[in-house]
Design a protein around this ligand. Structure first.
Ligand code: BES
Ligand code: ZN
Ligand code: MG
Length: 491
């Protein structure tokens, strides 16, 4: 989709998208009496309301536009950056539904008129809404159901340079989110650990170094968490290391992504209904790839290390078994009480590696870790468990700003012994009380693998893969984590 900025509306486009604030219902009366009277009728018929998002499609007589979409922007004082994304999204969704390839709009100018946000913020949010809404997973359809949009022309009379900067950064963030979504949506048959490695290797550049530890090196290092989980698969496990050097001078942050290419549950095999979507269990891994790519494309002045432990959780004669005791990379022993609690085992080794080898003092992991997070928070907020409240609060703020939101769970002392072992140091699920506080228990387990580093664990099991789309998030892979971490690094 081209996003074009012009001084006025582009009369050559098929669709005109007009914005209307609740306080300015008469805004179009002077410009166009026909539209004004139509709007009045529509309001009377209650087909158009002043609440944000209410839309009305009409025509203007004697105009070049095929259709006019009037979108209510709600009350001026209640405008937010998220509403700007959603307004852009509504335009794209309408175009997709009505099979329209070109539009022009005054909405952004109306928004700027409210004087609540900078041109950069407006540009970024609007282009995020447009580009994020463009993504559809139709690669495997013989015939795509939705035609690609050609252009959206934005009329804008303010500071063009700043505004276009915002448009450009929003596009980078969103295209990389779309790329991440596409990787999540690939069937596991194709998106194997070796394919995840190939995707990571594509990032190799002046600023990004990519190293891969294969099975042999993992054995040499004693990374038995990753090795054990991967034992039952024909695809060999690996640890992928991405180093982005943006010339940052402060702390080194490591971002770690769970890369289970497919989660059958292992010998504690998942039942029918629970396994079908498990190609998404590498969503954290590809969100790390997407975030590093975004940081590099934006040229963020930060140093970020991406770590991706990846393997498949499968079953064959060599698969790891309930009751096995694994000696982890940091030397602690873990009893496998449930082979389906595999994510924490591969992440634990990667987290140890982040602190010990990469000297990271701040570690953030993204993982589709627990079904429990769906129960706790539903589909629109990820769960956060951290040993450092300050880091947690920063992530919550980045979540609110990007709207890739997270909610902080407690980390009270009473939870800290829940993964204590019996014949081993630790167990991979709670031996004391099964099925309670599942998401927190996952985070507590991971925290046992840091020494001094701050750790923030983000459980994206509910947000990374949706059954139903909403606003600019499509159904299936959402790219959760990419916008969150990008906003976090942009500050
Ligand atoms: N990959 C799953 C979690 C998951 C569930 C991701 C739903 C996406 C959607 C994870 O490996 C898992 O199986 N977790 C178990 C943990 C339990 C055994 C402690 C779960 O949530 O049931
Ligand atoms: Zn899993
Ligand atoms: Mg599992």
């Amino acid at each position: 989709m081209k996003i074009i900025v012009e001084l006025g509306l582009d009369t050559k486009q098929e669709l005109l998208a007009l914005g209307l604030f609740a306080e300015e219902q008469e805004a179009y009366a002077n410009q166009n009496p026909v539209l004004d009277s139509e709007l009045k009728k529509a309001t009377k018929r209650e087909t158009f309301k002043s609440d944000f998002g209410s839309a009305y499609v009409t025509k203007i007589t004697n105009s070049t536009y095929d259709k006019v979409l009037v979108l209510s922007l709600g009350k001026k004082s209640e405008l937010t950056l998220e509403k700007i994304r959603r307004a852009a999204s509504r335009i794209v969704r309408y175009m997709q539904a009505a099979n329209i390839q070109g539009a022009t709009t005054n909405i952004v100018e109306m928004i700027a008129g409210a004087k609540l946000f900078s041109p950069i913020e407006i540009g970024r949010s609007f282009s995020e809404g447009l580009v994020l809404s463009e993504y559809v997973f139709d690669k495997y359809l013989s015939k795509p159901k939705i035609k690609k949009i050609d252009a959206v022309v934005i009329s804008w009379q303010g500071d063009k340079k700043e505004f276009e900067k915002g448009i450009a950064s929003g596009r980078i963030i969103s295209e990389n989110t779309n790329y991440t979504r596409a990787l999540v949506n690939e069937p596991a048959e194709y998106m194997t650990p070796e394919q995840i490695e190939r995707e990571a290797l594509k990032l190799k550049s002046k600023n990004v170094k990519v190293t891969v530890l294969g099975k042999k090196l993992l054995e040499k290092e004693g990374m038995n968490g990753i090795l054990s989980v991967g034992k039952g698969s024909v695809h060999e496990p690996r640890l992928i290391i991405l180093e982005y050097n943006g010339g940052g001078k402060e702390k080194t942050t490591a971002i770690v992504g769970k890369g289970i290419a497919f989660d059958s549950g292992g010998l504690h095999v998942k039942p029918y209904g629970a396994m079908e979507e498990m190609k998404c269990d590498m969503a954290g891994a590809v969100a790390v790839i997407g975030t590093i790519k975004t940081a590099s494309d934006l040229g963020l002045k930060k140093n970020i290390i991406g770590l991706i432990p990846t393997c498949e959780n499968m079953i064959n004669g060599e698969a790891y078994k309930p009751g096995d005791i694994i000696k982890m990379y940091n030397g602690k022993t873990v009893e496998v009480m449930n082979t389906d609690a595999e994510g924490r085992l591969i992440l634990a080794d990667a987290i140890t590696y982040a602190e010990k080898k990469c000297k990271a003092d701040e570690i953030i992991d993204l993982a589709t870790l627990t079904g429990a997070v769906v129960v706790a928070l539903g589909y629109y907020t990820a769960g956060l468990v951290t040993n450092n409240k300050e880091l947690g609060e920063k992530l919550v703020l980045a979540g609110d700003a990007s709207y890739d939101r997270v909610w902080m769970f407690p980390f009270h002392e009473e939870y800290q012994d829940m993964v204590d072992g019996d014949a081993s140091d630790l167990a991979n699920i709670s031996k004391k009380q099964d099925r309670i506080a599942g998401t927190i228990v996952g985070g507590v387990f991971l925290s046992k693998f840091v020494d001094k580093a701050k750790l923030a664990h983000i459980d994206i099991a509910a947000t990374a893969y949706l059954k139903e789309g909403k606003e600019y998030n499509p159904k299936w892979g959402t790219g959760a984590g990419v916008r969150l971490l990008t906003y976090y690094f942009m500050e």
